[in-house]
Design a protein around this ligand. Sequence first.
Ligand code: G3H
Ligand code: 13P
Ligand code: ZN
Length: 306
Amino acid sequence: MLVTNKKIMSAAMSGKYAVGAFNINNLEILQAVVEAAVEEESPAIIAMTPSAIKYAGLEYLASLVKIAAKDVSLPMSLHLDHGKELETVKSCIDAGFTSVMIDASHLSFEENVAVTSKVVALAHPKGVSVEAELGRLAGIEEETVADEDAVLTDPDSAKEFVKRTGVDALAVAIGTSHGAYKFKGEPRLDFERLKTIREKVDVLLVLHGASSVPSWIIERATKYGAELGGAKGIPEGHIRRAISLGVSKINIDTDLRLAFTGAVREVLATAPKQYDPRKILGPAKEATKTVVKGKMSLFGSAGKAP
Ligand code: G3H
Ligand code: 13P
Ligand code: ZN
């Protein structure tokens, strides 16, 4: 059953949990997410970026998700993550996406409002929900307070942005960043800012760059040849706190990539005679599924779609 992010996130907001948006690039990662959702009885947001679409093809990926959704009775959405061009948004809506993100956070506030409003005008009449981003995803440990104000989401601007654009969901910058190297020192997020945004702005909130980079995944990958020194993510306690402050969608890509490629490394290193792709990608799918199940339980979405 494909539904909108708005529907999935509104239920999460009132139930005080969050739903994971998991980035997929191929069949195995999609199956890992869907099987985890079925086993955990959890809603799931299936996300794909423009570069995932470029890699695998829009029709291929969208069709796989639709087939997966047809067989399960859980609320699932098909979501464009970090759409940058209006053309991409249009083609995703035409391909049956139930939710799109327009990321114009690199533009000025006025340009961001203009581009985002165009996407809302395209998407809403077709019943597709819209996420936008305000602020810049960047670690804050080495920023001065003035720098932090420049890159992180300003609550008053967020209020104006949401009012002028009519978006359903807003990705906020509170100190998270994409990838496996989020902090050099202590992980720090600006929870006070998140609290103020929640109080001032009536919109569903999204946390990007939320992978935890768990040590067990890093250790396994490193044991079999990965070089990931200094990798550090968002501690699970910080994720719980963000949910308690009103975040209802949490984006995860890096932890899936690390688990997937770590498992591939293990098979290649321990079974050098193996050349059947299914024997190499099968364990990678299982490792990804384990991570997704862990996230569903951490986010509190497990058991919410019986
Ligand atoms: O923001 C989401 C991703 O982690 C970056 O993904 O390499 O598919 O653009 P990408
Ligand atoms: P991570 O790199 O922390 O997994 O974040 C993914 C993300 O925000 C996708 O939009
Ligand atoms: Zn992101």
